[in-house]
Ligand binder design. Structure first.
Ligand code: WT7
Length: 706
């Protein structure tokens, strides 16, 4: 990304020096080290660059292959890497069937409903096997799906979701789960993009004590897909409470079917797992980018499953006897990799929780941990901040003991890290801060918990077999310890890397590889560094500190929202002439979204109009994207060529210096906007703390390209 030249912004954002205090190392407890899966430093040698890519055989060998592979990494068509070529396997078999012989009665999933009086569901491997087979039979026979077809799930945190995923995987059907909190329209767009004729949903689920009508979203989704020229043939509806229908929306005859009814003929049917080539796609996971359309990240079967199994073993340190709880949502990549596929490939016990971590009170999370004897705990900084805010002293009241904890999704402030370590972990747990992305399948940056010390606020070095580097804008290495930031890239392919953007191979190459590619004709992976889109600094010890996105993506509570998606949602309103989304620093969510709106002539600003804008975003994307504030302004600050200067309004929202505005076409508007926005914020008591250097740089260069 090249920042527009002006007096204040001569240095590209990625190259600006960042200063902070280096945090001290914290060493994992000796009790943890003694039992760690990666406890012998020899593992670092096995995964050293000289053993790449063969080192990943160790991950692949955690799986059961129907047919063993002959080529570890095929680079014949860069950057469309192929892993474990020649191999065949089935992901469902690896996550379910192969554990039956020794562990059929072991809990595979423990599902905790949000309503505390409702019984916890323990699903053994035996029962999981039955449920997966029945649903696979239904997908194949009733829904007519086969290997290579796509199926969309729009499911919340209910056990039916992993069952459906594993059933699809059993048949080689590519699943595409859309986060349950997303709107029906967002689901509809993803359905059309993946062209999946079948949608699997549920009537309702609990969130914050309320039974939400979820089936209503399915109707919206089908409609939106139809508008986009794609027809959904069948909607399969699970029921949150067996035998009752928790939705106000009528079932559409011939299209909507209750799973409980149509599954009856398949009771006790067994479906042979389909032996899939290692390179066949396992699932799609959509994520936001800088342009409007979400990207369908296509993940492979063999490479992906090997990678999540390996990283679950060595970085999550999962042992057979552990109770592992990742409090993410399966609707995001974290849940796919580290609630479902990784832990189940290892035959572990994975806990799933339906609801809000602080419902009905701030002790809920810790009660679940105590009751189930959770000893590995995995969550995101935004949740840690919320748990701290609502119940700073709660963890001490409960008798649980974590040996290991994870943080993922956004940078964690050292202060929040320390609360996590001391209060949640009671000083007994090793912490891994895992940096990665939807595109990556699994962790890219983290400490090995038994072998490398923790450093609050840093994710650590590259993980086993992954070699990150920080480049400046010209592709020169920014040396470790220089104190300068740059663009973090990965020098080499790894098995978990996504295969392409569904239906958009050129966009895949352009977005992730074009920037630092040395030779488009080269078949040598060394010429194809992966561009992650994050700014980072590498300390002299090799640890990375991730600074956040360098593109027009806003990371809200660990979830990526594209500014273009937010803006186009607002532009669906007939009154809106222009819309610009900017990030504001938020104490709980990391970043929140603020929308700036200019109305068409003839329309006037009002509180109703602001609400309409917020609702348009909820309808198009989902509640998670609801802006913190909507500012209706007379005009946007623009360059002479008519581009909206997002960095200026972002600076206003964050009470940062707006810099030089003399080159704008309408500099006078900046003063008006500032008076309006900051005036109201001061009145509401919504003035942010002083921003750190890196936050300031992020704000001051936001949206520089548009
Ligand atoms: C973006 C990816 C991968 C699971 C969840 C998010 C940010 C992710 C960290 C971390 C600092 C992090 C990056 C990245 N991010 N983990 N440990 N420290 N930043 O997946 O929605 O694809 O978002 O989240 O900016 O690019 P995602």
């Amino acid at each position: 990304m090249v920042v527009e030249k002006s007096a204040d912004f001569e240095v590209p954002e990625a190259q600006i020096a960042v200063h902070w205090r280096e945090e001290e190392y914290i060493y994992p407890p000796s009790k943890f080290i003694a039992q760690a899966n990666a406890g012998d430093p020899a593992i670092m040698k096995r995964f050293s660059e000289s053993n790449y890519p063969e080192c990943f055989k160790e991950y692949a060998d955690l799986l059961t292959w129907d047919h063993y592979w002959h080529t570890t990494l095929d680079t014949s068509n860069p950057p469309f890497w192929k892993w474990f070529v020649g191999g065949r396997l089935n992901a469902s078999y690896n996550c379910v069937d192969r554990h039956l012989a020794k562990n059929r009665n072991k809990a595979a999933l423990i599902w905790v409903p949000e309503i505390e009086t409702e019984a916890t569901q323990v699903i053994t491997y035996q029962e999981l096997h039955r449920r997966v087979n029945e649903f696979a039979a239904l997908l194949s026979d009733f829904a007519g799906l086969k290997a290579g077809d796509r199926v969309t799930f729009h499911l919340p945190m209910v056990p039916e979701l992993p069952v459906a995923m594993l059933a699809a995987a059993r048949l080689g059907i590519i699943h595409s789960e859309v986060f349950g909190g997303f709107s029906g329209n967002a689901a509809g767009e993803r359905i059309a993009d993946a062209s999946s004729h079948v949608l699997v949903t549920i009537d309702s689920y609990y969130r914050n004590g309320q039974l939400l009508d979820h089936k209503a979203k399915a109707d919206e989704a089908v409609l939106r897909a139809h508008d986009l020229g794609f027809d959904v043939e069948k909607v399969l509806v699970f029921q949150r409470h067996a035998g009752s229908y928790g939705s106000q929306t009528p079932m559409v005859a011939g299209r909507d079917f209750f799973v409980d009814e149509v599954i009856k003929p398949y009771r006790d049917q067994l479906v042979e797992p389909v032996s899939m080539p290692a390179e066949s796609p396992l699932f799609l996971m959509y994520t936001s980018g800088s342009t409007g359309k979400p990207k369908g990240c296509q993940h492979s079967t063999g490479g992906y499953l090997s990678y999540v199994a390996g990283t679950s073993k060595f970085y999550q340190d999962i042992h057979p006897e552990d109770t592992y709880w990742c409090m993410a949502d399966i609707g995001w990549i974290t849940g796919h990799s580290y609630i479902v596929y990784g832990p189940l490939a290892l035959g572990a016990t994975s806990v799933m929780y339906e609801g809000v971590p602080t419902y009905p009170d701030a002790g809920r999370t810790w009660r679940i941990a105590e009751r189930l004897g959770v000893n590995i705990f995995h969550t995101a900084p935004t949740t840690i901040r919320m748990l701290r805010k609502l119940g700073p002293d709660e963890p001490a009241k409960y008798d649980y003991h974590f040996k290991h904890m994870t943080t993922v999704g956004e940078p964690i402030e050292p202060d929040v890290w320390r609360w996590y370590y001391n209060v949640v972990g009671k000083g007994e747990a090793a912490i891994v801060d895992t940096w990665w992305q939807t595109e990556n399948g699994g962790f890219l940056g983290s400490t090995l918990p038994g072998l490398q010390p923790m450093k609050p606020g840093s994710c650590g070095p590259g993980v086993l077999g992954v070699f990150p580097v920080v480049y400046d804008e010209d592709g020169k290495v920014v040396p470790a310890g220089s104190g300068r930031a740059g663009n973090i890239c990965i020098r080499n392919p790894w098995p978990g890397i996504f295969q392409t953007i569904w239906g958009e191979p050129e966009r895949f190459v352009k977005t992730y590889y074009e920037k630092y590619n040395r030779d488009p004709n080269s078949h040598d992976w060394r010429d194809w560094p992966y561009f992650a889109g994050d700014g980072a600094v590498q300390a002299s010890d090799g640890y990375f500190r991730i600074l956040g996105r360098v593109d027009d993506v806003i990371n809200v509570a660990g979830h990526r929202l594209g500014t273009k998606e937010l803006e186009s949602a607002c532009l669906t309103l007939p009154e809106v002439a222009e819309a610009a989304a900017v990030p504001v620093i938020d104490e709980l969510r990391g970043r929140a979204v603020e929308m700036y709106i200019a109305l068409k002539t003839g329309f006037t600003a009002s509180a109703e109009m602001e609400e309409k804008v917020a609702l348009a975003i909820e309808t198009e994307i989902g509640r998670i994207a609801r802006p913190k504030n909507v500012w209706i302004v007379a005009d946007m600050p623009k360059t002479r060529s008519g581009k909206i200067m997002r960095r200026i309004i972002a600076s206003i929202s964050n009470f940062a210096d707006v810099g030089d505005i003399t080159t704008l076409a309408n500099p006078e508007i900046v003063h008006d906007i500032r008076m309006h926005v900051q005036g109201e914020k001061v009145a509401k008591g919504d003035v942010p703390r002083e921003l750190t250097n890196s936050e300031l740089e992020e704000i001051k260069s936001f949206g520089a390209e548009s």
